[in-house]
Design a protein around this ligand. Structure first.
Ligand code: FE2
Length: 151
C-alpha cells in the first residue's frame, strides 16, 4: 500500500509490525493501551495514532483512520487474513494466486469467516479505491514475503 501511494515502505512496514502491540497484554481492550506501551519507545505520535486507528469502530472509538497509512492499515488488517487463508489452501500458495481467485474467496462469506467483509468494504470506501486495486496490492505485498509468511 505504501508503494501504491508512493510513500515510505520501511516506515509503513514498521508500523505494520507494531500495529497489534497491545493485543497480547490486553486482548479485551485492544487498541486502548497503545499509547502507554509505546510512550517510552520513541515512536512518533503519527504512528501511535495510526496504530490506534486500526481498531476504529471495532475496539475503540477514539481515532478514525484519516491518512493513507491509517486507512490502509485498517483495511488490509482484515483483508490479509483472507489472502493468508486462501494461500494456505492452494497447492502452490500465494505464488500463482490471482485477483480472480481471491475475489471468489472474498465473496464466499463462510471462507475465513472471522475476516469481516463489512469492515474490509468500509476500508475500500475510506481509501476511495476499488476492491481490485487493494486486493492486488495485498497479493503483491504478501507474495514478496511468502517465505516469512509460510505461504
Ligand atoms: Fe489489531
Amino acid at each position: 500500500m505504501a508503494l501504491y501511494f508512493g510513500e515510505e515502505k520501511e516506515h509503513w512496514e514498521a508500523v505494520g509490525y507494531l500495529h497489534d502491540v497491545d493485543y497480547e497484554k490486553f486482548p479485551k481492550e485492544h487498541c486502548q493501551h497503545v499509547r502507554e506501551l509505546l510512550a517510552d519507545e520513541a515512536v512518533a505520535e503519527e504512528d501511535i495514532r495510526a496504530i490506534i486507528s486500526h481498531g476504529y469502530g471495532l475496539c475503540t472509538q477514539e481515532v478514525p483512520p484519516l491518512s493513507n497509512m491509517e486507512k490502509s492499515l485498517f483495511t488490509v488488517d482484515e483483508l490479509t487474513g483472507i489472502v493468508m487463508a486462501s494461500a494456505l489452501m492452494r497447492p502452490s500458495g500465494i505464488a500463482d494466486m490471482d485477483l480472480k481467485s481471491l475475489k471468489k474467496k472474498f465473496k464466499d462469506k463462510r471462507f475465513a469467516a472471522k475476516c469481516s467483509r463489512e469492515v474490509i468494504a468500509s476500508g475500500f470506501e475510506l481509501l476511495g479505491l476499488t476492491p481490485d486495486v487493494v486486493m492486488q496490492c495485498c497479493i503483491d505485498g504478501m507474495r514478496e514475503h511468502k517465505a516469512e509468511l509460510g505461504i
